[in-house]
Write a protein that binds this ligand. Structure first.
Ligand SMILES: Nc1ncnc2c1ncn2[C@@H]1O[C@H](COP(=O)(O)OP(=O)(O)OP(=O)(O)O)[C@@H](O)[C@H]1O
Ligand SMILES: [Mg+2]
Length: 388
């Protein structure tokens, strides 16, 4: 698929903007802080309902405005769609397809993009939550039904934690906690579905990742993704430092059964802490390069290549499975980080995509074959003639 036109109203530093897009590569250039990332961020938001820079939507609404609007005309197989989201300061966001209202969380059904930005280095170096979010976002893009599964799991988790906390406060004994079992059932059911889907996704990413890593880094460095499941006793370093150290591995057992066993193994500890200690909300996926963890071992360049390769592998997977053509590939500020040889490799790797959106502060950083359609951006406005 591709975007043929983007309209922004009160989005970030854009008051209004009308931006036509070409097939193939579209390059947005301009000095620092002019609105290049803002522009592509708006399209990233349409396909994932999230930003690669902020967790709250509020920052995307233009300062002093009450609502921001992103509207894109999308084309695939000769069909056109108009999709739109309105970000509201004081109320729920709204979305439309062809002027008819839909739930915002339905948007990923209509538009698919994969964005890579310097922030993605955190996929390799950051906390487990960043990797979980990456996997879940890709799950939703491949199958939008998962947004409901994930939301339900999070709701059950919250209620179960509330119950564990109140049990702790009022010193309820384990055998008095009948309602906990009801929450356990829901947690295991939804959580196992999520775990299995992530495992399947990790497996599907493996081959494309090897290929994309080689295509951007040029090396055979054997990138691997290894699931770390807390229900199988994985010790995941998480923000609160609480670890389920009583679970012993039981690989090979069905997920629901392993989940149940793990829950009963940590029951006492959960009651002490008032916290659900095992489940997909605490899992991780280990990134390995040449049989060493990328985090803590890989060089800056290798970590960068890993994150980029992972995003390209996601795009490859979406493209293989999609009935609506390629996802739109978005490369925010990527070329400045790469040496000449890697720039050329990346240009080759993305050449086959229906549409690629690229931002750069310096035109010369971008290989010439990607510069045919160049748009200059200045202070939240499109400057028509890039040579002017
Ligand atoms: N909600 C907002 N309202 C108004 N302005 C905003 C808002 N959010 C961000 N900005 C402004 O947008 C500008 C940043 O734009 P952006 O990140 O797109 O820059 P860029 O062109 O990608 O620059 P760089 O080359 O440094 O990456 C900043 O000047 C920032 O103050
Ligand atoms: Mg930028």
């Amino acid at each position: 698929m591709r975007v043929t036109h983007l309209s922004l109203t009160d989005f970030r530093n854009y008051r209004t903007a009308e931006v036509p897009f070409a097939a193939g590569a579209n390059l947005f250039v301009g000095r620092n802080g002019q609105g290049k990332t803002n522009l592509v961020e708006s399209l990233g938001y349409l396909s994932t309902l999230g930003s690669h820079r902020v967790s709250s939507d509020q920052a995307m609404i233009r300062k002093d405005a009450d609502a921001g609007i992103v509207r894109a005309r999308i084309q695939h197989d000769g069909r056109e769609l108009l999709i739109e989201v309105q970000l509201n300061r004081g109320s729920a966001n709204r979305a439309q397809v062809n002027r008819g209202a839909i739930k915002p969380r339905e948007l990923p059904r209509y538009f698919s993009s994969v964005l890579f930005a310097p922030e993605d280095l955190a996929l390799v170096r950051g906390e487990p939550g960043i990797r979980r979010r990456f996997l879940d976002q890709l799950l939703i893009q491949r199958n939008p039904r998962f947004s409901a599964v994930i939301a339900d799991y999070e709701r059950v988790l919250k209620q179960r934690n509330t119950l564990l906390k109140s049990a702790r406060a009022s010193r309820v004994r384990e055998d008095q906690l009948g309602t906990l079992e009801i929450w356990d059932d829901r947690l295991v059911q939804l959580g196992s579905e999520l775990i299995d889907a992530r495992l399947d996704l990790i497996e599907r990413l493996s081959d494309p990742l090897i290929a994309t890593y080689r295509s951007v880094a040029g090396d055979d460095h054997h990138p691997r993704l290894i699931p770390q499941l807390t229900i199988l006793g994985a010790h995941v370093e998480d923000d609160d430092g609480a670890e389920p150290d009583d679970v012993t591995g039981s690989a090979g057992v069905a997920t629901t059964e392993a989940f149940r066993r793990a829950l009963s193994a940590v029951r006492r500890k959960e009651l002490e802490r008032g916290l659900t200690l095992v489940g997909p909300h605490r899992d991780d996926v280990l990134f390995e390069l040449n049989e060493l963890p990328a985090k803590g071992y890989a060089s800056h360049g290798e970590s960068w290549s890993f994150a980029l390769a992972l995003k390209l592998a996601s795009a490859e997977l979406l493209r293989r499975e999609s009935t609506t053509g390629d996802p739109v590939l978005i490369l925010d500020d990527v070329f400045a980080e790469l040496d000449q040889a890697r720039r050329r490799k990346l240009a080759t790797a993305v050449a086959g995509y229906e549409q690629v959106l690229i931002t750069a502060a310096v035109l010369d950083d971008v290989p010439e074959e990607l510069t045919a359609h160049t748009v200059r951006i200045e202070a939240g406005a499109i400057v028509e003639d890039p040579d002017a």
